[in-house]
Ligand binder design. Structure first.
Ligand SMILES: [Zn+2]
Length: 174
């Protein structure tokens, strides 16, 4: 039985078939602090490819929607994921290229190992999701529209200005 939570690379390589499944966002634990919701799932598809030196690669494709946190209003930003990338495959750990040799930004995995799809996806998304997601100005309900820098400064200063009064009020109470 082919599980949708792990990739059987050797079978994938041998048969050349396509493997696909759904991964719950709940399982992408490495990403959770960048999401406003861990509901839903992403669809993935893995197929075998070859690089220019005829070395095996797994071509991954990912689709779905994630709720990112808008860095302006802190609300939810529906982010459509439609992402493809490739992972190099080597026969064993001895064949893993040195880090400096990897060069072209491809991660490598060892063919005989079980690959947790959720981990593979989370690692890739950590690198590829926008670092500072923001709504378009007209869609954003944040208070800083148009003059983000000034307002941000005000927001940051307010608690500092408020705290001496708060302390005084406390002193005045019997
Ligand atoms: Zn926003």
């Amino acid at each position: 039985m082919s599980s949708s939570h792990s990739l059987d690379l050797e079978t994938l390589m041998r048969t050349g078939e396509v493997s696909q499944g759904q991964t719950d966002v709940q399982l992408l634990t490495g990403l959770h602090d960048r999401l406003t919701s861990t509901q839903g799932s992403l669809s993935w598809r893995a197929s075998v490819a070859r690089d220019e030196f005829n070395r095996p690669r797994v071509r991954m494709a990912l689709e779905g929607t994630l709720g990112l946190q808008c860095q302006r209003c802190l609300g939810t930003l529906e982010h459509d994921v439609a992402h493809g990338w490739q992972v190099g495959v080597v026969a064993d750990e001895a064949a893993l290229p040195d880090l400096e040799e990897e060069g072209d930004d491809v991660d490598f995995i060892v063919a005989g190992q079980q690959v947790e799809v959720a981990q593979l996806i989370a690692e890739e998304l950590l690198l590829s999701l926008p670092m500072m997601p923001r709504h378009d100005t007209e869609a954003c309900h944040g208070p800083q529209q148009g003059q983000a820098a000034e307002d941000m400064q005000e927001v940051q200063e307010t608690p500092v200005r408020a705290s001496p009064f708060a302390a005084l009020n406390k002193l005045r109470k019997p």
